[in-house]
Design a protein around this ligand. Structure first.
Ligand code: DAH
Length: 341
Protein backbone atom coordinates (compact mmCIF):
# COMPACT_ATOMS: atom_id res chain seq x y z
CA UNK A 1 0.00 0.00 0.00
CA UNK A 2 1.43 3.34 -0.89
CA UNK A 3 1.70 6.24 1.45
CA UNK A 4 -1.27 8.04 0.00
CA UNK A 5 -3.62 5.13 0.47
CA UNK A 6 -2.32 4.53 3.94
CA UNK A 7 -2.99 8.15 4.92
CA UNK A 8 -6.43 7.98 3.37
CA UNK A 9 -7.20 4.94 5.48
CA UNK A 10 -5.91 6.54 8.68
CA UNK A 11 -8.03 9.57 8.01
CA UNK A 12 -11.22 7.57 7.43
CA UNK A 13 -10.63 5.40 10.46
CA UNK A 14 -9.98 8.41 12.66
CA UNK A 15 -13.11 10.17 11.48
CA UNK A 16 -15.19 7.07 12.16
CA UNK A 17 -13.76 6.70 15.67
CA UNK A 18 -14.40 10.33 16.40
CA UNK A 19 -17.99 9.99 15.24
CA UNK A 20 -18.48 6.95 17.42
CA UNK A 21 -16.89 8.47 20.52
CA UNK A 22 -19.11 8.60 23.51
CA UNK A 23 -17.87 11.51 25.56
CA UNK A 24 -14.79 13.65 25.97
CA UNK A 25 -12.70 10.88 27.43
CA UNK A 26 -13.05 8.62 24.42
CA UNK A 27 -12.38 11.59 22.17
CA UNK A 28 -9.09 12.14 23.91
CA UNK A 29 -8.18 8.49 23.41
CA UNK A 30 -8.66 9.01 19.67
CA UNK A 31 -6.42 12.08 19.75
CA UNK A 32 -3.65 10.11 21.43
CA UNK A 33 -4.06 7.14 19.08
CA UNK A 34 -3.63 9.23 15.92
CA UNK A 35 -1.87 12.47 16.80
CA UNK A 36 0.08 11.48 19.88
CA UNK A 37 3.84 10.82 20.09
CA UNK A 38 3.26 7.13 19.54
CA UNK A 39 0.24 7.77 17.31
CA UNK A 40 -0.34 6.49 13.80
CA UNK A 41 0.47 9.78 12.02
CA UNK A 42 3.72 10.13 13.89
CA UNK A 43 4.58 6.62 12.83
CA UNK A 44 3.97 7.61 9.21
CA UNK A 45 6.29 10.60 9.57
CA UNK A 46 8.95 8.34 10.97
CA UNK A 47 8.62 6.22 7.82
CA UNK A 48 9.50 9.20 5.58
CA UNK A 49 13.07 8.03 5.31
CA UNK A 50 11.83 5.20 3.10
CA UNK A 51 10.06 7.60 0.76
CA UNK A 52 11.90 8.62 -2.38
CA UNK A 53 13.39 12.12 -1.87
CA UNK A 54 11.48 13.67 -4.78
CA UNK A 55 8.16 12.42 -3.31
CA UNK A 56 8.84 13.66 0.20
CA UNK A 57 7.37 17.19 -0.12
CA UNK A 58 4.10 15.84 -1.52
CA UNK A 59 3.81 13.09 1.09
CA UNK A 60 4.77 15.57 3.81
CA UNK A 61 2.01 17.87 2.64
CA UNK A 62 -0.44 14.98 2.68
CA UNK A 63 0.53 14.03 6.24
CA UNK A 64 0.03 17.63 7.33
CA UNK A 65 -3.35 17.82 5.59
CA UNK A 66 -4.45 14.60 7.23
CA UNK A 67 -3.30 15.83 10.64
CA UNK A 68 -5.05 19.15 10.12
CA UNK A 69 -8.24 17.43 9.05
CA UNK A 70 -8.30 15.07 12.04
CA UNK A 71 -7.42 17.92 14.42
CA UNK A 72 -10.19 20.10 13.10
CA UNK A 73 -12.74 17.34 13.26
CA UNK A 74 -11.64 16.45 16.81
CA UNK A 75 -11.93 20.10 17.85
CA UNK A 76 -15.41 20.53 16.34
CA UNK A 77 -16.66 17.33 17.92
CA UNK A 78 -15.19 18.33 21.27
CA UNK A 79 -16.97 21.70 21.14
CA UNK A 80 -20.26 20.05 20.27
CA UNK A 81 -19.92 17.60 23.14
CA UNK A 82 -19.03 20.35 25.63
CA UNK A 83 -22.00 22.37 24.47
CA UNK A 84 -24.28 19.36 24.93
CA UNK A 85 -22.93 18.77 28.45
CA UNK A 86 -23.50 22.43 29.31
CA UNK A 87 -27.05 22.35 27.98
CA UNK A 88 -27.89 19.20 29.89
CA UNK A 89 -26.53 20.77 33.09
CA UNK A 90 -28.50 23.99 32.57
CA UNK A 91 -31.68 22.02 31.96
CA UNK A 92 -31.12 20.05 35.16
CA UNK A 93 -30.43 23.12 37.23
CA UNK A 94 -33.48 25.08 36.19
CA UNK A 95 -35.18 26.66 39.20
CA UNK A 96 -38.92 26.79 38.92
CA UNK A 97 -39.74 29.86 40.97
CA UNK A 98 -43.43 29.10 40.68
CA UNK A 99 -43.14 25.87 42.72
CA UNK A 100 -44.58 26.14 46.23
CA UNK A 101 -41.91 26.42 48.93
CA UNK A 102 -41.05 23.32 50.90
CA UNK A 103 -42.81 23.38 54.27
CA UNK A 104 -40.39 23.61 57.19
CA UNK A 105 -40.82 20.65 59.53
CA UNK A 106 -42.27 21.93 62.75
CA UNK A 107 -43.05 20.12 65.95
CA UNK A 108 -46.31 20.26 67.84
CA UNK A 109 -47.31 21.42 71.28
CA UNK A 110 -47.41 18.59 73.78
CA UNK A 111 -50.80 17.65 75.33
CA UNK A 112 -49.26 18.49 78.74
CA UNK A 113 -48.40 21.97 77.49
CA UNK A 114 -51.83 22.51 75.98
CA UNK A 115 -53.51 21.37 79.22
CA UNK A 116 -51.17 23.49 81.35
CA UNK A 117 -51.84 26.60 79.28
CA UNK A 118 -55.56 25.99 79.70
CA UNK A 119 -55.21 25.66 83.48
CA UNK A 120 -53.01 28.77 83.62
CA UNK A 121 -55.53 30.71 81.54
CA UNK A 122 -58.31 29.80 83.98
CA UNK A 123 -56.39 30.80 87.11
CA UNK A 124 -54.80 33.91 85.62
CA UNK A 125 -58.38 34.92 84.79
CA UNK A 126 -59.15 34.64 88.52
CA UNK A 127 -56.22 36.86 89.43
CA UNK A 128 -53.61 34.21 90.23
CA UNK A 129 -49.89 34.56 89.68
CA UNK A 130 -47.86 31.71 88.09
CA UNK A 131 -44.67 30.92 90.06
CA UNK A 132 -42.03 28.20 89.94
CA UNK A 133 -39.89 26.42 92.49
CA UNK A 134 -36.81 24.16 92.28
CA UNK A 135 -37.08 20.54 91.17
CA UNK A 136 -34.15 19.60 93.41
CA UNK A 137 -35.48 20.56 96.81
CA UNK A 138 -34.55 20.45 100.47
CA UNK A 139 -36.18 17.67 102.46
CA UNK A 140 -37.13 20.51 104.80
CA UNK A 141 -39.38 22.16 102.18
CA UNK A 142 -40.64 18.99 100.56
CA UNK A 143 -41.65 17.44 103.89
CA UNK A 144 -40.94 19.20 107.20
CA UNK A 145 -42.44 22.60 106.50
CA UNK A 146 -45.49 20.84 105.09
CA UNK A 147 -46.12 19.08 108.37
CA UNK A 148 -44.99 15.72 107.01
CA UNK A 149 -43.38 13.93 109.96
CA UNK A 150 -40.04 12.09 109.94
CA UNK A 151 -41.68 8.68 109.89
CA UNK A 152 -44.22 9.42 107.16
CA UNK A 153 -44.34 6.63 104.53
CA UNK A 154 -43.86 9.19 101.70
CA UNK A 155 -40.33 9.73 103.03
CA UNK A 156 -39.43 6.10 102.42
CA UNK A 157 -36.68 5.60 99.84
CA UNK A 158 -39.16 3.41 97.99
CA UNK A 159 -41.11 6.56 97.16
CA UNK A 160 -38.60 9.41 97.19
CA UNK A 161 -35.40 9.95 95.23
CA UNK A 162 -32.77 11.19 97.67
CA UNK A 163 -29.77 13.23 96.49
CA UNK A 164 -28.41 13.08 100.03
CA UNK A 165 -29.85 13.15 103.54
CA UNK A 166 -31.10 16.71 103.19
CA UNK A 167 -31.84 17.04 99.49
CA UNK A 168 -34.47 15.24 97.41
CA UNK A 169 -36.03 15.41 93.97
CA UNK A 170 -39.29 17.03 94.99
CA UNK A 171 -42.11 14.51 95.21
CA UNK A 172 -44.79 17.18 94.91
CA UNK A 173 -45.14 20.87 93.99
CA UNK A 174 -46.38 21.63 97.53
CA UNK A 175 -42.93 22.86 98.71
CA UNK A 176 -43.49 25.93 96.51
CA UNK A 177 -46.27 26.84 98.98
CA UNK A 178 -43.72 27.09 101.77
CA UNK A 179 -41.26 29.05 99.63
CA UNK A 180 -43.88 31.61 98.62
CA UNK A 181 -45.34 31.99 102.14
CA UNK A 182 -41.87 32.50 103.62
CA UNK A 183 -41.30 35.50 101.40
CA UNK A 184 -43.91 37.23 103.58
CA UNK A 185 -45.74 39.07 100.82
CA UNK A 186 -49.47 38.84 101.52
CA UNK A 187 -52.08 38.19 100.28
CA UNK A 188 -51.05 35.20 98.14
CA UNK A 189 -52.92 33.93 95.13
CA UNK A 190 -50.67 31.66 93.08
CA UNK A 191 -50.37 28.49 91.07
CA UNK A 192 -47.07 26.64 90.73
CA UNK A 193 -46.78 24.15 87.89
CA UNK A 194 -43.78 21.86 87.58
CA UNK A 195 -42.10 18.52 87.37
CA UNK A 196 -42.11 16.13 90.31
CA UNK A 197 -40.40 12.79 90.91
CA UNK A 198 -41.32 9.54 92.59
CA UNK A 199 -39.60 6.22 92.64
CA UNK A 200 -42.39 4.48 90.72
CA UNK A 201 -42.27 1.75 88.09
CA UNK A 202 -43.50 2.85 84.66
CA UNK A 203 -46.95 1.62 83.68
CA UNK A 204 -50.11 3.01 82.01
CA UNK A 205 -50.78 5.36 84.94
CA UNK A 206 -47.36 5.80 86.60
CA UNK A 207 -44.06 7.43 85.71
CA UNK A 208 -41.02 8.28 87.87
CA UNK A 209 -41.36 11.85 86.62
CA UNK A 210 -44.62 13.66 86.07
CA UNK A 211 -46.13 17.11 86.60
CA UNK A 212 -48.35 18.79 89.15
CA UNK A 213 -49.95 22.17 89.49
CA UNK A 214 -50.05 23.51 93.01
CA UNK A 215 -52.47 26.21 94.06
CA UNK A 216 -52.33 28.45 97.12
CA UNK A 217 -54.44 31.32 98.40
CA UNK A 218 -53.67 33.05 101.71
CA UNK A 219 -55.55 36.13 102.88
CA UNK A 220 -57.74 37.37 105.69
CA UNK A 221 -61.11 35.58 106.00
CA UNK A 222 -60.46 32.85 103.44
CA UNK A 223 -62.90 30.00 104.11
CA UNK A 224 -63.71 26.54 102.77
CA UNK A 225 -66.49 28.24 100.78
CA UNK A 226 -63.82 30.13 98.80
CA UNK A 227 -62.00 26.86 98.14
CA UNK A 228 -65.21 25.19 96.97
CA UNK A 229 -66.31 28.06 94.76
CA UNK A 230 -62.88 28.37 93.18
CA UNK A 231 -62.47 24.69 92.37
CA UNK A 232 -66.07 24.35 91.15
CA UNK A 233 -65.47 27.21 88.75
CA UNK A 234 -62.14 25.68 87.69
CA UNK A 235 -63.85 22.33 86.93
CA UNK A 236 -66.60 24.00 84.91
CA UNK A 237 -64.11 25.99 82.88
CA UNK A 238 -61.90 22.98 82.25
CA UNK A 239 -64.51 20.27 81.58
CA UNK A 240 -67.61 22.23 80.52
CA UNK A 241 -70.37 24.27 82.20
CA UNK A 242 -72.50 21.28 83.29
CA UNK A 243 -69.68 19.72 85.28
CA UNK A 244 -70.72 18.73 88.83
CA UNK A 245 -68.19 18.66 91.64
CA UNK A 246 -68.01 16.43 94.70
CA UNK A 247 -65.78 17.03 97.74
CA UNK A 248 -64.83 13.83 99.60
CA UNK A 249 -63.16 14.09 103.03
CA UNK A 250 -59.53 13.01 102.86
CA UNK A 251 -56.26 13.48 104.73
CA UNK A 252 -53.23 15.50 103.77
CA UNK A 253 -50.69 16.49 106.44
CA UNK A 254 -50.48 20.11 105.30
CA UNK A 255 -54.22 20.87 105.10
CA UNK A 256 -57.00 20.65 107.68
CA UNK A 257 -59.70 19.86 106.76
CA UNK A 258 -58.65 18.12 103.54
CA UNK A 259 -60.65 16.79 100.62
CA UNK A 260 -60.36 15.06 97.33
CA UNK A 261 -62.40 16.47 94.48
CA UNK A 262 -64.28 14.40 91.92
CA UNK A 263 -65.94 15.82 88.83
CA UNK A 264 -68.98 14.33 87.12
CA UNK A 265 -67.82 12.30 84.14
CA UNK A 266 -67.76 14.63 81.17
CA UNK A 267 -68.07 11.64 78.83
CA UNK A 268 -71.28 10.02 80.16
CA UNK A 269 -72.51 13.02 82.19
CA UNK A 270 -72.56 10.86 85.31
CA UNK A 271 -74.50 7.79 84.18
CA UNK A 272 -71.38 5.59 84.25
CA UNK A 273 -69.05 4.52 81.45
CA UNK A 274 -65.65 2.99 80.74
CA UNK A 275 -64.03 6.37 81.36
CA UNK A 276 -65.26 6.80 84.94
CA UNK A 277 -65.16 3.04 85.55
CA UNK A 278 -68.94 3.01 85.89
CA UNK A 279 -69.09 5.36 88.88
CA UNK A 280 -70.06 8.55 87.02
CA UNK A 281 -67.27 10.44 88.87
CA UNK A 282 -63.63 11.11 88.11
CA UNK A 283 -61.11 12.13 90.80
CA UNK A 284 -59.06 15.13 89.73
CA UNK A 285 -57.31 16.75 92.68
CA UNK A 286 -56.50 17.04 96.38
CA UNK A 287 -57.14 20.15 98.41
CA UNK A 288 -57.83 21.64 101.83
CA UNK A 289 -57.48 24.58 104.19
CA UNK A 290 -53.81 25.30 104.87
CA UNK A 291 -52.91 23.75 108.24
CA UNK A 292 -52.36 26.47 110.88
CA UNK A 293 -49.09 24.81 111.84
CA UNK A 294 -47.86 25.14 108.22
CA UNK A 295 -48.78 28.84 108.19
CA UNK A 296 -46.90 29.30 111.47
CA UNK A 297 -43.79 27.43 110.26
CA UNK A 298 -43.74 29.72 107.23
CA UNK A 299 -44.00 32.90 109.31
CA UNK A 300 -47.69 33.69 108.87
CA UNK A 301 -49.96 34.30 111.86
CA UNK A 302 -52.84 31.76 111.60
CA UNK A 303 -55.02 33.94 113.84
CA UNK A 304 -54.90 36.72 111.30
CA UNK A 305 -54.64 34.77 108.02
CA UNK A 306 -56.20 31.64 106.60
CA UNK A 307 -55.75 29.95 103.26
CA UNK A 308 -56.58 27.08 100.98
CA UNK A 309 -54.40 24.92 98.77
CA UNK A 310 -54.82 22.34 96.08
CA UNK A 311 -52.71 20.04 93.94
CA UNK A 312 -53.64 18.79 90.48
CA UNK A 313 -51.88 16.14 88.40
CA UNK A 314 -51.19 17.68 84.99
CA UNK A 315 -50.90 14.35 83.13
CA UNK A 316 -54.17 13.27 84.68
CA UNK A 317 -55.89 16.35 83.26
CA UNK A 318 -54.28 15.87 79.83
CA UNK A 319 -55.17 12.16 79.70
CA UNK A 320 -58.78 12.90 80.64
CA UNK A 321 -59.25 15.91 78.44
CA UNK A 322 -57.78 14.30 75.34
CA UNK A 323 -59.03 10.75 76.12
CA UNK A 324 -55.57 9.19 76.10
CA UNK A 325 -55.58 5.83 77.87
CA UNK A 326 -51.86 5.24 78.40
CA UNK A 327 -49.62 7.77 80.14
CA UNK A 328 -46.51 6.34 78.44
CA UNK A 329 -47.67 7.85 75.14
CA UNK A 330 -47.10 11.28 76.68
CA UNK A 331 -43.39 10.62 77.09
CA UNK A 332 -42.57 9.06 73.72
CA UNK A 333 -42.90 12.38 71.86
CA UNK A 334 -43.87 10.63 68.63
CA UNK A 335 -44.89 13.47 66.33
CA UNK A 336 -47.67 11.30 64.81
CA UNK A 337 -49.20 11.09 68.29
CA UNK A 338 -48.62 14.73 69.23
CA UNK A 339 -50.13 16.03 65.98
CA UNK A 340 -53.53 14.76 67.06
CA UNK A 341 -54.11 17.40 69.73
N1 DAH B 1 -49.18 17.28 97.21
C1 DAH B 1 -50.30 16.36 97.12
C2 DAH B 1 -49.84 15.11 96.40
O1 DAH B 1 -48.86 15.11 95.77
C3 DAH B 1 -51.46 16.97 96.39
C4 DAH B 1 -52.11 18.03 97.20
C5 DAH B 1 -53.15 17.72 98.05
C6 DAH B 1 -51.68 19.32 97.16
C7 DAH B 1 -53.78 18.68 98.81
C8 DAH B 1 -52.29 20.30 97.93
C9 DAH B 1 -53.35 19.96 98.75
O2 DAH B 1 -51.93 21.58 97.91
O3 DAH B 1 -53.95 20.91 99.49
O4 DAH B 1 -50.52 14.12 96.49
Amino acid sequence: MDMKEKLQEIRQEAVKRIQNSDGLEQLNEVRVAYLGKKGQLTAVLKGMKDVAPQDRPAVGQLVNDTRAHIEEFLEDTKKRMEQAVRERKLAQEVIDVTLPARKPETGHRHPNTIALEEVERIFIGMGYEVVEGPEVEYDEYNFTKLNIPQDHPAKDEQDTFYINKEIVLRTQTSPVQARVMEKGKLPIRMIAPGRVFRSDEVDATHSPSFHQIEGLVVDKNITFADLKGTLEEFARELFGPETQTKFRPHHFPFTEPSAEVDVSCFKCKGSGCRFCKGSGWIEILGCGMVHPHVLEMCGIDPKEYTGFAFGVGLERIALLKYEIDDMRLLYENDIRFLNQF
